[in-house]
Ligand binder design. Structure first.
Ligand SMILES: [Zn+2]
Length: 224
């Protein structure tokens, strides 16, 4: 399998787009660790506000959003060793993605495109287009729409959190360097609200998902 340290990928500057807080560690933790060590990590942006993982009283959603933001910032710190560039948030509601022809979708694409210009991004890592979760698929659609608008070359690399990898010749499979698995687990443990009962009944990340590999595999379209 090709390596992210090979041409033409080795000098790219990366933005990671994650649908939810925890996807960054599950699907792109090794990428973030490798790129931040190399000075090629531009930033992490979350699509949703995290308010849908638990049932909350009407006024409680703000607290859950704040908790998940804090957990996300800690996870990024544990992956990169720095708090200099905290995660950014696009604040979509969980599991209610805007349709690709809607105004909200277009506005988000403009926002992410501006971010890419400002941070001089060459590549966006995003959840795979064919993942079963609607927010994961929507994040991929946003990334490809940003690529469609970009005036400079932009590479889109899909990482997979949920669902099976379907073998296809459309993509290069590119592996990141391995990271210390303990460091990755430490980052995942930042997401206490998704792993424990501390927030009451709600989403719980299945145990088998918590066993993460040491490296990530990115799927990059052959044309790019
Ligand atoms: Zn997710």
């Amino acid at each position: 399998m090709a390596s992210l340290s090979d041409r033409p990928w080795r000098s790219l500057r990366w933005l990671v787009l994650a649908p939810h807080a925890d996807d960054e560690t599950l699907g792109a933790g090794a990428l973030i660790a490798q790129m931040s060590a190399a000075g090629q990590f531009a930033g992490l942006v979350y699509l949703t506000d995290g308010s849908g993982s638990h049932e909350t009283l009407i006024n409680g959603a703000g607290r859950l959003i704040a908790t998940r933001r804090r957990e996300a910032a800690t996870a990024l710190f544990r992956l990169t060793g720095s708090r200099r560039n905290p995660p950014m948030h696009l604040n979509w509601k969980d599991a209610a993605p805007a349709a690709s022809e809607s105004f909200d979708f277009a506005r988000t694409v403009v926002k992410v495109a501006a971010l890419c210009r400002r941070l001089q991004v060459d590549a966006i890592a995003v959840t795979a287009l064919d993942e079963p979760h609607c927010d994961h698929a929507a994040a991929a659609q946003i990334a490809y729409a940003v690529k469609g608008q970009a005036k400079r070359r932009l590479t889109i690399a899909e990482y997979r959190v949920w669902g099976e990898v379907s073998a296809t010749r459309r993509y290069h499979s590119v592996r990141t360097r391995s990271m210390l698995i303990g460091r990755r687990r430490h980052a995942l443990r930042s997401h206490r609200s998704q792993l424990t009962a501390c927030y009451g009944p709600g989403f719980r990340l299945p145990k088998d998902k918590q066993r993460m590999p040491a490296s990530d595999v990115l799927f990059i379209e052959r044309s790019s």
